[in-house]
Ligand binder design. Sequence first.
Ligand code: NAP
Length: 242
Amino acid sequence: MKNNHPKTLLKTAFITGANRGLGMGFVKYLSGQGYLVFAGARNLTSEHADTDSIKWVKIDVCDDMSIDAAVAKISEIVPNIDLLINNAGVSKDSATDNHKELVCNLKDLDRSMLLKMFNVNSISPLIVTQKFLHLLISKPCFVINISSGRGSYQDEYPNPIGNYGYRASKTALNMLTHCSTWDLPENVKTFSVHPGGIKTDMNPGGNDDPSVQAERIVEITQAWKEEYNGKFLRYNGVLYPL
Ligand SMILES: NC(=O)c1ccc[n+]([C@@H]2O[C@H](COP(=O)([O-])OP(=O)(O)OC[C@H]3O[C@@H](n4cnc5c(N)ncnc54)[C@H](OP(=O)(O)O)[C@@H]3O)[C@@H](O)[C@H]2O)c1
């Protein structure tokens, strides 16, 4: 059944990796702003109860059938998505079950682990966007790809190790975002963004709050300039040098 949500005039958002960290920050911020939020998580439990403004959707971003099922579920409820946030990501630690040497030390590099990082962090945002494209019909709507400053050659962080998988997979995400501007319809705007140093499982030492950073990132769409399209930005809307 189509369009069966009672509030289809609400703005709608879909967020991957929404069950914790920055993804949960987007869920909290956007639902508080009156959005109808589709919160994507690869494992749903009894903790993920739907509310009027938050609908949980099972999705593993590396599994095409899982993405298709998520699209089908959302399409039964609303005719379009205004904001698609490709947030799900893996770090050197989470990708390797804390064997970071497999993606950080040249002598220990493991092909399958590196491919896993590229699959989650680079390829999956592109494929999710591809599969959601027919829902991206509002003028304008936005695809936000959550990248990282680690993906920039100008990164200030004094990384003591190679961190090949994470850095290169985010650099690739920045370029894939740029490439997509050739293909996306005129109404679909996109950018990749460094979200800050956010206190999450991925970055326990981070200082930034997930919901505050979510708000800053969404504000970029509200102060949109066409020159942002396809670019890599900081959370404050300033271009991040590549
Ligand atoms: N925190 C920071 O300071 C920081 C800085 C720069 C960039 N970032 C980026 O911000 C994004 C969010 O990071 P975070 O700090 O919130 O990380 P996090 O706490 O580790 O959360 C990562 C999220 O991604 C999900 N995920 C991983 N693989 C997935 C898959 N195959 N399918 C679906 N979901 C998957 C995780 O789901 P599970 O719970 O099922 O594992 C989790 O919800 C990432 O892209 C990260 O690279 C974060």
